[in-house]
Design a protein around this ligand. Structure first.
Ligand code: ZN
Ligand code: ZN
Ligand code: FE
Length: 766
């Protein structure tokens, strides 16, 4: 019998996920002796025994790793035999400066779900049941190492039963930091919006009763509060909208009991089904069935519904309770518990103060949330996951880069903000932060940056920010330590670099950034850009023709302003005589004011934004003149596009110096002609989209011939449009391009923090 000894070093998410007990059980089963302990960068195993058993051991580490573990790297080396006879888990002390990725919050696992509904189990119907394979992580961790004392569970003392599970390496709850039960753990409570407790024997049952009666209930979850109500009741949904303010049309997400209930309302393909049921439990955007019985005002003018399955034991208990009196559980609106643009509410008192005017009741509990974290939103585009909001379940998992970076803080965009911190080959993108113009959100941003720095032991050596001088994220960067280099990164270069990094690329590419707006190096507002780019620099090769944005930021909120700008640029003042519905909707004197602003160049910055072109067309067609939420006009224009229409409109590509300028004037004239000929809006929308596909393809072909690059990277908010991106991918691929787009990092502005960090890191090296 050949014996050997080896030392194995494992990197990745291997702490706080049941990895050491897994190794312990595996070693014992294979009769191997040795020791396992946490190191500053992962887990170390010293093991000895039969050669063949060690081979099996190494294979099984990868194959049978616990569900939450994520192995990035395994290294092993041979060691002299130590004649050990047993296997043990060794406690380790934290090392100075050491760091380790932290697991995100994960939905309740199968075993815990079984126990939750097993009448003989000691945690039968316990709303906070969890184990090493599931439950809260990121949102309850105050500091590292991940020990109970460093989480918000510190104030609960484990009972004897829980303690014996906690210290038993053979138990599923060995070192499960949030471990608790009915006797020793957190509990739920129902309160009215005046703060008084509702006396009842079963707060969960009572909550369901109240929801069925048409009340709005704020429910405390993993990462913060949700506002919940009956998703089949138009009246209560309208009331929720009115109370939440300013969000007349913004779609709400709904929570359904299981995949088969989802199929009663939406089309679900295999990949979507997997995403819905994944441990990350994101909101998945699904196409509504024609006769979908969810209240229309949950997501009006939208072919899609954001659907999420229950992910905490509390959610499951709510649905089970609702099943007691119905043949199928009550579909619930589950929208973020915040006022518009504010961060998610996480504390009980704060919730009653801030949401008391919205919710009638509050289902709260006494496990504190240390850092709030919104639900993630994802969708399936071109047969792969395409994340729109990367937050709970995903953050703070790092993006693993192909290269090492210094410690960099990149401060992200202003809307849909995330920031990013890097260390070695890890890029830690923050959870969804949101709109920094909101004061509460800006505070949340600053706190989250400090929290990430502490958790991952990062002290930035470089700070990267957007080129836009007025972004609050830029101002934050400017106020940051003057002792380290500050690097400004052009917005669309960051978009493209973000997509390159996600796709592990490191060669020059043709980048297509179709976007809302981002500050350009010439001071104009870019957003319809073609560039040759790598991580160090970019060369702008083509863009949509500049057009004034009368009113600046107001033009983003009021798409009709862009419609007027385009019509004026193409038809002059004559556009006002056209027999268009559009002209009837606006008073002549108001239009005159905008024309004057354009003529006199008053607050009318020039833009090449593709998002603003979408807005203009949306308004011309009478779909959306003013928006309620970001990108509403372009999204509603996408929603009506008729898939069968193959034609497009004309456009012109004008060489100007070395840069190509794409003039959409013939496109706009074509649309106006079609409107005057009473062509259906759904055909016009499709033809508009098809034209953009044509433009992207033709420009890429020209650029390929110029620079000899056939890799095209697509990024920017406009590519959230499925109709467009799916057609672009097919078209470019058919024309011999290698086409790359986003999947795990958002294509919208939430993705630029990653791009900023990798560019800054590469510029400093180079
Ligand atoms: Zn579990
Ligand atoms: Zn207990
Ligand atoms: Fe952008």
């Amino acid at each position: 019998m050949n014996k050997e000894a080896i030392r194995v070093e494992i990197k990745g998410i291997v702490q706080g996920v049941g990895f050491r007990p897994f190794i312990y059980r595996l070693a014992k089963r294979l009769r191997l002796a040795g020791v396992v302990f946490n190191s500053s960068s992962g887990v170390v195993i010293e093991i000895e025994g039969k050669e063949s058993s060690i081979d099996t051991f190494l294979k099984k580490i990868v194959l049978d790793a616990p569900p939450l573990a994520k192995i990035d790297n395994i290294d092993f080396s041979f060691q002299p035999l130590n004649n050990r006879t047993s296997f043990e888990i060794k406690e380790s002390l934290p090392e100075e400066g050491g760091f380790i990725p932290i697991a995100p919050d994960i939905s309740i696992c199968k075993e815990c779900l079984n126990e939750l509904f097993l009448p003989t189990d000691k945690r039968f119907q316990y709303p906070f049941i969890n184990c090493t394979n599931c439950g809260p992580r990121f949102t309850i961790i105050k500091d590292v190492p991940y020990d109970r004392e460093q989480t918000t569970m510190d104030k609960f003392r484990m009972c004897q039963d829980c303690t014996s599970e906690y210290i038993d390496p053979d138990n599923r709850r060995y070192h499960a930091q949030p471990n608790a039960c009915h006797i020793c753990g957190p509990e739920v409570k129902l309160v009215k919006n005046d703060g008084s407790e509702v006396k009842c024997t079963d707060p969960i049952k009572e909550t369901v009763f109240l929801l069925k009666k048409g009340n709005i209930v704020a429910i405390k979850g993993l990462g913060g509060f949700h506002l919940a109500c009956d998703a089949t009741n138009d009246e209560v949904v309208t009331r929720l909208r009115a109370r939440k303010k300013r969000e007349k049309a913004k779609p709400f997400a709904i929570m359904l009991f299981d995949v088969s209930q989802v199929k009663e309302y939406c089309q679900v393909n295999k990949i979507e089904e997997e995403l819905l049921s994944s441990p990350q439990r994101p909101i998945v955007l699904l196409k509504k069935l024609k006769d979908c019985q969810i209240a229309k005002n949950v997501a009006s003018n939208n072919n899609y519904l954001g659907v999420i399955l229950p992910y905490t034991p509390l959610h499951y208990l709510l649905f089970h309770s609702s099943l007691a009196t119905r043949h199928s559980p009550l579909p619930l609106v589950m929208t973020s518990g915040n006022l518009s643009d504010e961060p998610l509410t996480k504390d009980n008192d704060e919730a009653i103060k801030r949401l008391g005017g919205i919710a009638d009741y509050f289902l709260v509990h006494n496990r504190k949330i240390h850092i709030s974290c919104d639900d993630s939103v994802t969708s399936v585009v071109a047969k792969k996951e395409s994340i729109i909001r990367r937050s709970r379940g995903y953050a703070p998992l790092p993006i693993i880069l192909k290269f090492q970076l210094k410690q960099i803080l990149s401060t992200g965009a202003e809307l849909k903000n995330t920031f990013c911190l890097t260390r070695e080959n890890y890029a830690f993108i923050s959870q969804h932060i949101g709109d920094l113009k909101n004061y509460e959100t800006l505070k949340y941003y600053q706190e989250s940056i400090e929290h990430f720095k502490r958790l991952f032991r990062i002290e930035p050596e470089i700070i990267a920010h957007d080129l836009h001088p007025d972004y609050l994220s830029t101002k934050f960067a400017q106020d940051y330590s003057s002792l380290i280099p500050h690097i400004a990164i052009q917005h669309h270069h960051a978009h493209i670099a973000s997509c390159m990094a996600e796709n592990d690329m490191d060669e020059p590419v043709i980048g297509v950034a179709f976007d809302g707006i981002g500050y350009g190096t010439d001071g104009n507002m870019w957003g319809g850009e073609f560039m040759m780019a790598d991580y160090q620099s970019f060369n702008r090769m083509a863009h949509l023709k500049y057009i004034p944005m009368p009113g600046g930021d107001m033009a983003t909120k009021e798409p009709y302003r862009m419609a007027i700008s385009y019509l004026y640029a193409i038809f002059g003042r004559d556009f006002m005589d056209l027999e268009l519905d559009f002209n009837k909707r606006f008073k002549k004197e108001n239009v005159e004011i905008l024309l004057k602003m354009i003529d006199k160049k008053i607050n009318s910055p020039l833009t090449s934004s593709c998002g603003r072109l979408f807005d203009a067309v949306s308004s011309m067609l009478g779909i959306c003149d003013k928006i309620d939420y970001e990108a509403q006009a372009s999204m509603e224009l996408e929603m009506i596009a008729a898939d069968k229409v193959k034609k497009g409109y004309d456009y012109e590509i004008i060489p100007s110096n070395d840069i190509l300028v794409i003039d959409p004037a013939p496109l706009i004239s074509g649309i106006i002609r079609d409107i005057l000929n009473n062509i259906a809006s759904k055909s016009i929308s499709a033809k508009f989209h098809n034209t953009l596909v044509e433009i992207i393809d033709e420009v890429c072909v020209i650029l390929k011939n110029r620079v000899g690059i056939n890799k095209v990277v697509l990024s920017g908010g406009v590519f959230q449009n499925r109709y467009l991106i799916e057609k672009v991918i097919i078209r470019l691929t058919n024309d011999g391009f290698m086409c790359y787009h986003h999947s795990q990092v958002p294509t919208n502005d939430a993705g630029i923090s990653l791009g900023q960090a990798v560019i800054a890191g590469n510029q400093v090296i180079g």
